[in-house]
Design a protein around this ligand. Structure first.
Ligand SMILES: *[C@@H]1O[C@H](CO)[C@@H](O)[C@H](O)[C@H]1NC(C)=O
Ligand SMILES: *[C@@H]1O[C@H](CO)[C@@H](O)[C@H](O)[C@H]1NC(C)=O
Ligand SMILES: *[C@@H]1O[C@H](CO)[C@@H](O)[C@H](O)[C@H]1NC(C)=O
Ligand SMILES: *[C@@H]1O[C@H](CO)[C@@H](O)[C@H](O)[C@H]1NC(C)=O
Ligand SMILES: *[C@@H]1O[C@H](CO)[C@@H](O)[C@H](O)[C@H]1NC(C)=O
Ligand SMILES: *[C@@H]1O[C@H](CO)[C@@H](O)[C@H](O)[C@H]1NC(C)=O
Length: 476
């Protein structure tokens, strides 16, 4: 035992006097007074304690997965032009309405501000009245009469460059550059000078039903993402010319374990390993996925769809009663449920992309038309009088304010490299140690253990009476 003790002591003494960890050699210094050595021991212990404490704090911080927000501004010579949707406050053309038809009565009931629609639709006749998108399409204010003149950059656009879409049930809109139904996204790029200019007639005199306000909602969204009731829009009034200048912000969040989007997980949908495809859309978009999920939910629960859902999912359209009693409440619940990324994932398996583009609009306006322009507008047959022009016409121009894209990116507060350099810093600062010192310690511990074990067996053998002769061992 004694032998082992001295051996281990020797190993440690050797280690303490040779190690690169600072101050350790003072502990074994023969010339030092014992008090001085004790003081050094205290100092070394304190430093070790501080080191352990700081490493512990560092690790806890790392495990919290904090992130920082990094902003960078990058200049591009061309930017992708967004999809532009315009929705009239009231989209039915009074001269296309058959006032004795059930469709008219239904729409009338929906648009009456003074009655409770629930009461109205309890009538059994609504059990068999079906409203299809074609019925609605024949009754709306068309794009041909809404867009008087449209051009994008130098190019004059036909009025058929607008496709019909639904912002809400019964609320038709016209979308320019909406590509969610197309097989391949063909990015439409624009530079600062390519301005989308639209002369719009809201046809207030043709509004079929009451509405509180008259005007147009302008919705700007990414081209691959369908218009839906959550798309942000701005309402514009007739009698004005609006200049909309867009700035593009590109947000990138961090996926699990950082969960930096609404504390929910997100998925890098542009990564090659992302495989999810949609049934009714080409390419993946979050809003498309939700719309698809809503379509399936509605189809399953009500057995029919309305014009708001994806059209080629089924050709069975809901009766007025089904719309009122099944589809509308379901849709409301659906959007409430899925307003958090985690719920959307749970109910619909719709991963939220880790990056999204937001178009910020700077809106400025002036009176339109100017008094002096009225004769020209009359000549062009856009209007019949100044008064008509003031309450129906507007001019909207949309362009990029600058070709700078602001990238707002969440980055981890501690990466692995940060961790290593902080660890190195702490170890160096407190005890002057490095990874190699750690190896030294491991080495000395290992040697201590082997020395102890070796001497233990030796002691055992020494203590036992020698019964077996070396010769017999050899012969065996
Ligand atoms: C209007 O609707 C009624 C009832 O559906 C129908 O009998 C009538 O023929 C329609 N009139 C026109 C002009 O379409
Ligand atoms: C609502 O107003 C319309 C006309 O504006 C009227 O014909 C109708 O009777 C009113 N309904 C109720 C329930 O007051
Ligand atoms: C209409 O449908 C409701 C439920 O959807 C049902 O309770 C009612 O009996 C139906 N009325 C007629 C006349 O079919
Ligand atoms: C409204 O309907 C009438 C009759 O069908 C049609 O001539 C006119 O062009 C329509 N107006 C709009 C803005 O759709
Ligand atoms: C939807 O319609 C398109 C073309 O009209 C078709 O290619 C596609 O297969 C349809 N999708 C479904 C799920 O029916
Ligand atoms: C909404 O959430 C509730 C529970 O929170 C669930 O019962 C319901 O089915 C959900 N609705 C939809 C449409 O997902």
């Amino acid at each position: 035992m004694n032998n082992a003790g001295t051996k281990v002591k020797r190993i440690w003494r050797g280690f303490l006097s040779d190690t690169s960890i600072h101050a350790c050699h003072y502990l074994t210094h023969e010339n030092k007074h014992v008090v001085s050595r004790l003081l050094w021991l205290l100092a070394v212990m304190t430093c070790f304690a501080l080191l352990v404490m700081n490493l512990q704090i560092l690790y806890t911080d790392y495990k919290q997965y904090n992130y920082r927000t990094k902003t960078s501004v990058i200049f591009d010579d061309k930017l992708e032009f967004p999809a532009i949707s315009l929705c009239n406050s009231q989209s039915f053309n009074t001269s296309r309405m058959n006032r004795t038809s059930e469709l008219y009565k239904f729409l009338y009931g929906k648009h009456m501000i003074n009655i409770s629609t629930n009461l109205y639709f309890s009538d059994p006749k609504w059990n068999s009245t079906i409203v299809t998108p074609w019925d609605l399409e024949t009754a709306i204010l068309t794009s041909y009469d809404t867009f008087l003149r449209v051009s994008h950059g130098p190019e004059r656009l036909g009025r058929n460059s607008f496709q019909m879409s639904y912002k809400e049930p019964l609320k038709t809109c016209f979308t320019y550059n909406g590509q969610w139904k197309q097989k391949d996204l063909t990015p439409m790029t624009a530079n600062e000078d390519d301005e989308l200019e639209m002369y719009v007639d809201i046809n207030q005199d043709l509004y079929a039903f009451q509405c509180l306000t008259a005007g147009i909602s302008l919705c700007i969204h990414p081209p691959g993402e369908p218009l839906d009731s959550k798309t942000p829009c701005t309402v514009l009034s007739p009698g004005h010319a609006y200049q909309v200048e867009l700035t593009v912000q590109d947000y990138t969040y961090l996926p699990h374990p950082y969960n930096s989007y609404q504390s929910g997980d997100c998925t890098e949908t542009s990564h090659y390993s992302f495989k999810k495809t949609l049934k009714y859309f080409h390419g993946y978009s979050y809003r498309g996925c939700l719309l698809e999920c809503l379509t399936d939910t509605v189809l399953e629960a009500c057995g029919c769809i309305t014009e708001y859902e994806v059209q080629n999912a089924s050709n069975k359209y809901c009766t007025v009663r089904q719309r009122q009693e099944c589809v509308s409440p379901l849709r409301r619940r659906f959007y409430k449920n899925t307003s958090y990324a985690n719920n959307a994932m749970e109910w619909c398996n719709c991963p939220r992309p880790c990056s999204n583009v937001v178009y910020h609009q700077d809106l400025s306006s002036s009176f339109f038309p100017a008094d002096s322009l009225i004769d020209f507008l009359k000549d062009m047959q856009f209007t019949s009088s100044l008064e008509h022009a003031r309450s129906n016409l507007m001019r909207i121009t949309i362009s990029f304010k600058s070709l700078m894209v602001t990238h707002i990116t969440h980055v981890p507060e501690y990466t692995l490299e940060d961790m290593i350099s902080s660890m190195g810093g702490f170890m160096g600062f407190f005890v002057g140690a490095s990874i190699l010192s750690v190896l030294e310690v491991l080495d000395v511990v290992l040697r201590t253990i082997t020395a102890t074990i070796a001497s233990y067996f030796k002691v055992e053998i020494v203590n036992k009476p020698k019964r077996v002769l070396p010769q017999t061992v050899l012969t065996m």
